[in-house]
Ligand binder design. Structure first.
Ligand SMILES: C[S@@+](CC[C@H](N)C(=O)[O-])C[C@H]1O[C@@H](n2cnc3c(N)ncnc32)[C@H](O)[C@@H]1O
Length: 225
């Protein structure tokens, strides 16, 4: 039986034609691990990276990336949780970012950009992260969209190069298991788990999923150099 909050929130579970890890997962990950990929970076992504790099250099604190940050609620929470770090939230949606309002602290910033080219530029410039949060990326649930998922993307090796304590969250178990399997295949050992009771949701999607009674899955790993 769903409780009242769950009935009201009523967010749909991810629907997919995939029941298990994608059969081509390792083939795709291998191809990306063995190819030097460099995409041309669009102007707005380059400008976002320049802002990040300038602020990081001026600030000097270790860097936390909040990729796919949406409205930046998690970015602000992380900035409060880690006052000795600079937290950078990235999202491609100007609309979502505009909902954030005024920045509440001096140790975070929000950038409108695609995450993948920013990872590429950070990796090329040998910038390393203390933490990397990937909270509720778009699941791309259709099987044929594997290469749009983070672990199926050509920029996956660059994400690995950024290092740090990585945490991925999703309400789609297969996404998290697949991500964990891709990380393992790339030589990184982490843990897939179901999150228990969430007292303070880190993001608006997390709040919505929690109120809808969805299980939340997480993958955590300290990326080895
Ligand atoms: C499901 S929402 C989750 C947002 C936020 N993390 C949350 O939990 O509330 C996914 C977000 O990823 C952003 N997004 C999708 N693909 C992106 C990309 N390649 N680069 C940057 N942002 C992207 C979307 O604009 C959207 O805000």
């Amino acid at each position: 039986m769903l409780n009242r909050a769950a009935k009201q929130a009523n967010s749909r579970q991810v629907q997919s034609n995939q029941r298990h890890l994608h059969p081509n997962l390792y083939k795709i990950v291998d191809r990306h691990l063995n190819t030097h990929y460099r995409a041309t970076v669009a102007g707005h992504n380059l400008r976002a990276y320049d802002r990040l790099q300038e602020q990081a250099q001026r600030d000097g604190r270790p860097l936390i990336l909040d990729s796919f940050c949406g409205t930046g609620r998690s970015t602000q929470l992380l900035a409060t949780r880690f006052p000795e770090h600079l937290v950078v939230g990235i999202d491609r949606s100007a609309h979502r970012l505009s909902k954030h309002g005024t920045l509440q602290r001096d140790n975070y910033l929000l950038l409108r950009a695609e995450c993948e080219p920013v990872w590429q530029l950070l990796a090329e410039n040998h910038i390393r992260l203390a933490h990397h949060y990937l909270l509720y990326p778009n699941p791309w649930p259709k099987s044929r969209h594997l290469q749009r998922r983070i672990h199926g993307h050509a920029n996956f090796p660059q994400l690995l190069a950024l290092g740090g304590n990585l945490e991925l969250r999703s309400n789609w178990q297969i996404y998290v298991e697949e991500f964990g399997a891709a990380m393992h295949h790339a030589g990184q050992r982490g843990i897939v788990a179901r999150l228990g009771e969430i007292e303070q949701p880190m993001t608006l999607f997390e709040k919505k999923y929690r109120e809808s009674g969805h299980p939340i899955w997480t993958y955590r790993c300290q990326i080895a150099p």
